[in-house]
Design a protein around this ligand. Structure first.
Ligand code: GCU
Length: 693
């Protein structure tokens, strides 16, 4: 048995950072100058380079004490990574990258930029050491790139340990407490650092009793978790309960205007930052789905958010306040109340009232992370507020990590959607504080408010991190798109494949593209049609079809199908008026059934079953055809995967294969239920005469 065979394999998959991915870099002569303020992140870079060069036969020179390398030093090396000489790029996360006289040079604005620059070299592989090129500038578009964990410390009786988690238990918590061994949390933090994620919320936005105590008795453990993330440039945040002054502090009220409540929060914040000096701040779900909030005291969300913001401000902290506020006790008979309107109705009157260290965190769509929704108009309606867009990497409504559903193309559409300024200012620009066009930018003295991109994480203690191994690509793509929203999501798949399977047979890449490139559209094609949303099974945690599952419920998510037609009339002319929350041109484009895009038709309009789509077919025939086609696609993909058994590691092949079997079973169920439902309601037969039950 060789030494390598005897080495114990870690209990988790290396994801996109296997040792072999560091081969091209590790075989070089590398010089690193992490600068006088290298700190833990600079040390991580040195450690990574030391391990890679030791493993792959290169050499490492560390300039310590810090000094700028001399030209002779530079020429003697293949790769030079330095922080901060005079021409360094602005911002600690930025880096420039050039190839000059056969040396690859990365110049970073700070230790985080050095880390990101090093990983850019890893991603480029041998290409990083190819032809000379001039400086390329890299800086993140969004200042905040955050993952929210919906992890509970205790196993919740309904939601389990990770709410909407599809990859096993929590990485952070086990047996009702923070794990003793945080080695794997460190490995996770390393993955996040490599894709530029710089913030993480450690617990569920629904803050239950045990989790609330992280803010007080649990601070020692929070400090341990923060320490696992720190070396990778990731700051820790906590979800907190608005009722904490009562439940933890014993006060009779949590009223944001009460002086004792204000004092309690200020002291709580003092204790947090004493334990974790670089703590990020708080995340709050208030007055939403049963969570406590300022409404109980007749106060609004600006009062609530500013209460916490003032407590954390002396420490440089930020409050992420969620805009996911709606009536979850709606009467289904009430056709005028529209959940899609709720966030805009609640929050836009408050624009300008939030303190500068409040970020309003807005779900990307007006409903709830559906497979297809329009972009939330709230993102364009609060020009004097810092807004972040919230995505869902965990696949609650997109196949629950049982189905292949690569979400990069969906997030790319969202981030690049021209929502404001007549369609010229994208969501990515709005959340990053960038003007739509240079001409429309603010005077220099008055910067646009900036926040960033947030997402609900999809990892757990599963050996592959994400249950479905291909869901690793969603985590990867989230980080990369948050850094660069203009990146091509299909090209990001190439990056992910090359890192995950370095030097693999070209069939690996081809097979994964075949499975993943269009997988989101395939998933859409067998689930709820034309943007109508939901139709998922409430009794199975939103998995699988149940067309009327939410139809007569209190949750405000209806499709209103009857014998004549289907869809939600959200027009100003005859419906809920939701279209009026959009700026031009969207308010009119969505209002008119003639210009509303097919894929959102039933989100905005109630139409007859035989309404003709822009595609030329009718709604009912579209349902019949697209479902049948999508199931055919899944069948072919399953075969494709079976044929590629020889080029994938056996554990990958087996796990993905099991999931594809389930995806096919579920897609058939979706197809048959939705088609049969549509036939039974409409009485219109399938022109192709395929079976309906
Ligand atoms: C969805 C999800 C919940 C979650 C909520 C939220 O409704 O099903 O589990 O708590 O979103 O975003 O807060």
């Amino acid at each position: 048995m060789s030494a390598a065979d005897r080495t114990e394999r870690p209990a988790w998959h290396p994801a996109w950072l296997p040792e072999a991915a560091f081969g091209p870099l590790g075989a070089r002569r590398v010089l690193v100058a992490p600068g006088p303020d290298a700190g833990p992140v600079g040390r991580t870079v040195v450690d990574e380079l030391r391990a890679a060069t030791a493993q792959h036969g290169g050499t490492l020179t560390v300039l310590d004490p810090p000094a700028a390398p001399s030209p002779a030093d530079v020429r003697a090396h293949d790769l030079v990574l330095v922080v901060g000489p005079a021409d360094a790029p602005a911002g600690p996360e930025a880096f420039d990258h050039r190839r000059e006289d056969g040396t690859t040079v990365v110049v970073a604005g700070g230790p985080a930029g050095l880390l990101y620059g090093m990983h850019a070299v890893v991603r480029d592989g041998e290409r990083a050491f190819g032809a000379d090129h001039g400086p390329r500038h890299h800086r993140p578009v969004a200042p905040v790139r955050m993952l929210d964990h919906w992890d509970n410390v205790d196993v919740h009786p309904v939601m389990g340990q990770v709410e909407r988690g599809y990859a096993g238990g929590s990485l952070f918590y086990a047996d009702g407490r923070v794990r003793d061994d945080l080695t794997r949390v460190g490995a996770y933090a390393r993955l996040l650092g490599s894709i530029g994620v710089n913030a993480v919320a450690l617990n569920n936005v629904n803050v239950h009793a045990t989790e609330a105590r992280l803010l007080t008795d649990g601070l020692g453990d929070v400090a341990r978790l923060a320490a696992a993330f720190r070396p990778h440039g990731v700051r820790a945040y906590l979800s907190v309960s608005f009722a904490s002054p009562m439940t933890l502090g014993g006060l009779p009220t949590a009223d944001p205007l009460d002086a004792d409540v204000q004092r309690w929060w200020a002291q709580a914040a003092d204790r947090v930052w004493a334990a974790v000096p670089d703590f990020g701040g708080f995340l709050v779900k208030a007055d939403s789905e049963g969570q406590p909030g300022p409404f109980a005291y007749g106060r609004d969300h600006a009062d609530g958010a500013n209460l916490l913001a003032r407590a954390v401000a002396p420490h440089g902290g930020t409050v992420f306040w969620r805009a996911f506020v709606y009536d979850h006790h709606q009467d289904w008979r009430d056709r005028r109340t529209d959940r899609a309107r709720a966030a805009h109705d609640h929050f836009t009157p408050l624009d300008g009232r939030f303190d500068a260290n409040v970020v309003l965190q807005v779900k990307h769509g007006p409903l709830d992370f559906q497979t297809r929704e329009p972009v939330s108009p709230v993102l364009a309606s609060m020009p004097r507020t810092r807004v972040a867009v919230e995505l869902q990497v965990t696949q609650e409504y997109t196949g629950q990590q049982q189905h292949v559903c690569y979400l990069g193309p969906w997030w790319s559409e969202i981030l690049r959607f021209g929502l404001a300024e007549d369609g010229t200012r994208t969501v990515a620009q709005i959340v990053s504080g960038l003007p739509g066009s240079p001409a429309s930018g603010p005077p220099d003295a008055d910067p646009l408010p900036a926040a960033g991109v947030v997402a609900v994480s999809n990892v757990g203690d599963d050996v592959f991190w994400t249950g479905h191994p291909l869901a690793q690509a969603n985590l990867y793509a989230f980080g990369r798109l948050a850094w660069d929203p203009d990146a091509d999501p299909v090209a990001l798949l190439d990056e992910w494949v090359d890192l995950t399977f370095p030097g693999a047979d070209p069939r690996v890449r081809a097979t994964l593209h075949a499975l993943m490139d269009d997988s989101w559209r395939t998933y859409e094609a067998y689930t709820a049609p034309l943007g109508v949303g939901f139709m998922v099974d409430p009794l199975r945690g939103h998995y699988g079809p149940n067309v009327d599952g939410y139809e007569y419920s209190r949750w405000g998510t209806y499709h209103f199908a009857d014998r004549d037609g289907i869809g939600v009339d959200r027009t100003r002319a005859t419906g809920t008026g939701f279209t009026g929350q959009y700026p031009a041109p969207w308010r009119d484009l969505y209002e008119d059934v003639a210009t509303c895009p097919d894929e959102l038709l039933l989100f905005f309009h109630h139409v007859p079953w035989e309404h003709r789509l822009h595609s030329g077919t009718t709604v009912v025939q579209h349902v019949y055809d697209s479902r049948a086609d999508a199931v055919d696609v899944v069948e072919r993909l399953r075969q494709h995967w079976a044929d590629a058994a020889d080029v994938f590691p056996a554990d990958w092949h087996a796990r993905v294969g099991e999931r594809l079997d389930e995806q096919l079973r579920s897609a058939v169920e979706w197809r048959d239920q939705v088609r049969t439902y549509v036939y039974r309601k409409s009485g219109v037969p399938d022109a192709q005469g395929r079976p309906i039950y």
